[in-house]
Design a binder for this molecule. Structure first.
Ligand code: FMN
Length: 249
């Protein structure tokens, strides 16, 4: 049996969970390949099962992930599928959001789980950074949940999280409105501390939407999806918001 774990991870939390899943399958002698949607334009329909995993943005899966599934995930004849999200709270509505899309493409969604991971988005007092101790706990709890997922999957048991249809619909609408703001926020609000910036261009090269260019200075365009990769992953922590450096996750 061979699986494909297709994922979108802005800042590494989802990648961490997908790596755990792959390791857990490997321990059961099952191969599962990681497929980063930012690097691959498609996936074979010959896999025996599929994992779809992404970060949650505004309670749902971000547009970049949903679009990839719509455009690049092949139609299949009844292949088993696991949907996983990572988010700072206990629940995201990604599973419910893409369930129908996957069913229409011939996938049998057996498992949908939301796995809490540290918050990577804390610009205001409403969205706080996860405390250090809790971050450690979350990473440990994720290991247990991944074991559960693989265990249930191999026993062919359903493990579907209850996700409200109403809240999914409200969240989808809220995401749509937020995305318009996300597109522009770095241009408006992010500055660079050139005393720190080493011009390594990691932000330029790793931005999922090619939203950053570097001439003499860093410039943002208007297609940010607010994944926070540039800010969280800058090796020099050179970005400034309201004239302050971030506490990187
Ligand atoms: C723009 C944005 C919106 C987010 N919205 C939510 C949210 O609505 N609920 C939540 O629990 N976490 C939210 N988060 C936190 C992320 O879902 C969480 O940190 C996730 O694990 C990040 O995964 P990644 O590192 O793979 O990108 C948000 C993060 C970002 C960047």
């Amino acid at each position: 049996m061979k699986g494909a774990a297709i994922y979108f991870s802005g800042t590494g939390n989802t990648k961490y969970v997908v790596e755990l899943l792959v390791k857990e399958f490997q321990e059961k002698n099952i191969q599962c390949e990681m497929i980063d949607i930012l690097k691959e334009k498609g996936v074979s329909k010959e896999y025996d099962f599929y994992v779809l995993a992404s970060a949650i943005h505004v309670e749902v899966f971000p547009d970049i992930f949903v679009r990839w599934i719509k455009e690049n995930l092949p139609s299949v004849d009844n292949k088993r599928c696991i949907i996983v999200s990572t988010q700072a709270s206990y629940i995201g509505y990604g599973g419910r959001q893409i369930n129908k899309l996957l069913s229409n493409k011939g996938y049998d969604v057996m498992i949908t789980r939301s796995i809490p991971m540290p918050n990577n988005y804390y610009l205001s007092k409403f969205f706080k950074e996860t405390p250090k101790d809790r971050k450690k706990e979350m990473k440990e709890e994720a290991v247990l949940e991944v074991k559960n997922i693989v265990d249930k999957f191999l026993k062919d048991e359903g493990y579907i999280e209850k996700q409200s249809a109403l809240l999914t619909a409200v969240s989808k609408a809220a995401y749509k409105v937020s995305l318009k703001h996300f597109h522009k926020w770095p241009k408006k609000s992010l500055k660079v501390d050139y005393n720190r910036c080493t011009k390594c261009k990691r932000c330029v090269n790793e931005c999922p939407t090619n939203n950053i260019t570097f001439g003499d200075e860093i410039e943002f365009s208007n297609k940010c999806i607010s994944c926070f990769r540039c800010v969280q992953k800058c090796p020099a922590n050179a970005f400034l918001y309201k004239n302050k450096h971030f506490n990187q996750m």
